[in-house]
Design a protein around this ligand. Structure first.
Ligand SMILES: Cc1cc2nc3c(=O)[nH]c(=O)nc-3n(C[C@H](O)[C@H](O)[C@H](O)COP(=O)(O)O)c2cc1C
Length: 328
């Protein structure tokens, strides 16, 4: 059933990509433009500061996508999705779930907890639930509790990331799970999408590549730092939230901290920061290892066009290489 739903979603896509939800970065405009470009657009529910704002955003997205579909009946318009925290720390757990039931996003990505109650609601309207996981234990638990698909957050991903090599991670999951897989971790180019498919995953789940989108809520300084940085400027630490995540080292330094002293949580003396406690995500900027190929600010549509070109070229390259190999 979940594979049928996945196949249905893929038919509405130009390339098998989900723009990943990002705290303080994703917004309705990005989502609408991603869907308009033929990929899945998503955002974290908590980016809307209140339930009322979230409802406004959901209205804006559903109305815009409906209009786009009517105006472009032959164009592939991707579905939208939402990231929903299924943890008791989420004070809007009930409120946001009611909005999900009302506005029916095709894709719901759950983080941190039991996807069961959400799955019941999402299945009733024909949507699909992905749970993001960083290891096999969480993957098995998510499937057991009712998730249809898995987002594999591999090493090098932006935000709270795992450490597993993406290739090995997919292989291990495919040992026991035949359902939909979205693979994430450092993917920034079109060829990465083909690799995702070759590995047997269904979707490339791409976050960092979209931080520098013109429409994103990231500050200009944040975008420029990504453009100026490389893989060596990314640091994996649990210092800021208690959970390991990848961050931009220049933003750590800019906040008055010494990256060398961040290895142990207690090593930071936040009082050194003039009582201006640097906040994860707002001051300490998240980004994954895939920042190397990001060279300028572009619209979401331009980014997706580049991904499409790279994807199509890589298909051709593989086909040509194959031919050469056979001729030899
Ligand atoms: C700045 C930033 C914020 C993020 N915030 C969230 C979030 O709120 N919820 C979530 O499920 N994932 C979040 N993520 C993780 C992404 O959804 C996704 O897993 C990741 O970006 C994929 O790897 P990539 O950045 O290498 O493409 C965040 C990632 C980044 C870079």
């Amino acid at each position: 059933m979940q594979n049928e739903e996945m196949a249905h979603i893929k038919q509405s896509l130009e390339i098998p990509v989900m723009m990943a939800p990002m705290f303080l970065i994703s917004n309705p405009k990005m989502v609408i433009n991603a869907c308009h470009s033929g990929i899945i657009g998503t955002f974290p529910a908590l980016n809307a500061r209140t339930g009322e704002i979230l409802e406004d955003w959901m209205k804006e997205i559903t109305t815009a996508l409906e209009t786009l579909k009517q105006e472009n009946p032959d164009k592939k318009i991707g579905p939208w999705g939402i990231n929903y925290i299924v943890h008791r720390s989420n004070k809007r757990y009930v409120e946001d779930l009611q909005l999900i039931e009302k506005y029916q996003p095709s894709v719901v990505i759950t983080s941190l907890g039991d996807p069961g109650p959400v799955a019941e609601i999402v299945h009733a309207y024909g949507g699909i639930v992905f749970s993001d996981v960083i290891n096999l234990k969480y993957a098995k638990k998510a499937i057991e509790k009712g998730a249809d698909g898995l987002v594999l957050v591999a090493g090098g991903a932006g935000g709270h990331a795992g450490t597993y090599n993406p290739i090995s991670f997919v292989h291990e999951i495919r040992e026991f799970f035949a359902g939909p897989i979205a693979l994430s971790g450092g993917m920034s180019k079109g060829e990465d999408i083909l690799v995702t498919e070759l590995l047997g995953a269904d979707l490339a789940y791409i976050g960092t590549r979209f931080i520098t989108a013109e429409e994103s809520t990231a500050s200009d300084g944040y975008k420029q730092t990504i453009i100026d940085s490389s893989i060596e400027d990314i640091m994996y630490t649990d210092t800021f939230t208690g959970v390991n995540a990848n961050y931009l080292i220049p933003s750590i330094i800019e906040s008055g901290l010494d990256p060398e002293k961040l290895q142990r949580k207690e090593a930071i003396d936040f009082s050194e920061l003039d009582n201006k406690r640097a906040k994860a995500w707002k001051d300490i900027w998240g980004a994954g290892q895939g920042i190397g190929p990001i060279h300028k600010v572009q619209t979401v549509a331009e980014i997706v066009d580049e991904l499409k070109d790279g994807y199509n070229q890589s298909i051709e390259t593989v086909a040509n290489k194959n031919r050469t190999f056979i001729q030899k």
